[in-house]
Design a protein around this ligand. Structure first.
Ligand code: COA
Length: 257
């Protein structure tokens, strides 16, 4: 099957036009996704799979994760880095890579500074990526975003928002009930991006929903965006339920102290 679809995303101050050329029978993009019409940004998207990553791509992913995530993870980073290395190459791992078009390096930061590229391979440099998987959470099929990472030079240009809209589209076209992801509490800008801009909610599976006391000790939240009532009932926090859990936790805390 061959499918060619043109999508236009209107974002604040930016228009991304995407030409999705698809080969195969699935509804996941497999080849060329051309993005046009954003001033100062000339990129295209390409899909990938964890088990087929080439060595320069693996190095790139590890380096970008270190640049972006060592700070938010803090002391947890050495352990987390090892976990992420394993996750990166899993057969279930699906990727969308953002490539910069030829002749456009180096990207100029918004403050005019130049930044050394993180990509160190041949071909058009990668400047960011999404790692996602189709999984089951609370008996619901969901698309789980494992990573959304853009190089600092390309952040703040609506590309993150565009990629999340694309992820939502892939999830819906594959009959997923929701998009889910995990975010570090200390990563305030990402938390703000997902909660306030992308309209994600705290999931009922997040430690802070399961048990507020235990949640307070955890460094992360699980967020979700549901597409139907069943997913909403299973994956979003029910305020009454949460209040009951909170009251129970408070009571048990009072008894213990
Ligand atoms: C988080 C991230 C993916 C967001 O992508 P981005 O391209 O920088 O964000 P966008 O430009 O698409 O922003 C979309 C909206 O969120 C807002 N926003 C983004 N970052 C923000 C921040 N730090 N503070 C406030 N608002 C922010 C933008 O103003 C924009 O709002 P608008 O549509 O009203 O103009 C990107 O910054 C990134 O890769 N960060 C480092 C890695 C990371 O933390 N990933 C998430 C791990 S869970």
């Amino acid at each position: 099957m061959f499918l060619c679809l043109t999508l236009t995303f209107l974002l604040t101050g930016a228009v991304y036009r995407v030409k999705l050329t698809q080969h195969g029978s699935g509804s996941e993009p497999t080849r060329a996704l051309q993005i046009q019409d954003h001033p100062g940004l000339s990129v295209y998207l390409e899909s990938g799979r964890g088990e087929r990553l080439l060595p320069p791509v693996k190095h790139y992913i590890q380096n970008l994760l270190k640049v972006n995530m060592e700070g938010p993870y803090g002391l947890e980073w050495p352990v987390e880095e090892k976990i992420k290395r394993r996750e990166m190459v899993a057969p279930e791992a699906r990727y969308i890579f953002v490539h910069e078009k030829p002749g456009k390096r180096p990207i100029t930061l918004r403050d005019g500074e130049k930044e050394a590229p993180i990509w160190n391979g041949d071909g058009d440099p990668i400047v960011g990526f999404v790692h996602y998987r189709f999984v089951v959470e609370e008996e619901m099929p969901v698309l789980y975003v494992f990573e959304l990472q853009l190089e600092p030079s390309i952040q703040g240009r609506s590309l993150g928002k565009f990629l999340m809209q694309l992820i939502e589209l892939i999830a819906r076209k594959n009959q997923m009930g929701a998009v889910m992801l995990t975010v570090q509490k200390s990563n305030l800008s990402a938390m703000n991006f997902y909660r306030n801009k992308m309209r994600f909610s705290i999931s009922s599976t997040s430690p802070s929903s399961v048990d507020p006391l235990m949640g307070a000790e955890k460094s992360y939240e699980i967020l979700c965006k549901t597409f139907d009532e069943e997913a909403k009932a299973k994956l979003e926090v029910k305020l009454l339920g949460l209040r009951a859990v909170w009251e129970t936790s408070k009571a048990s805390f009072a008894l213990r102290s």
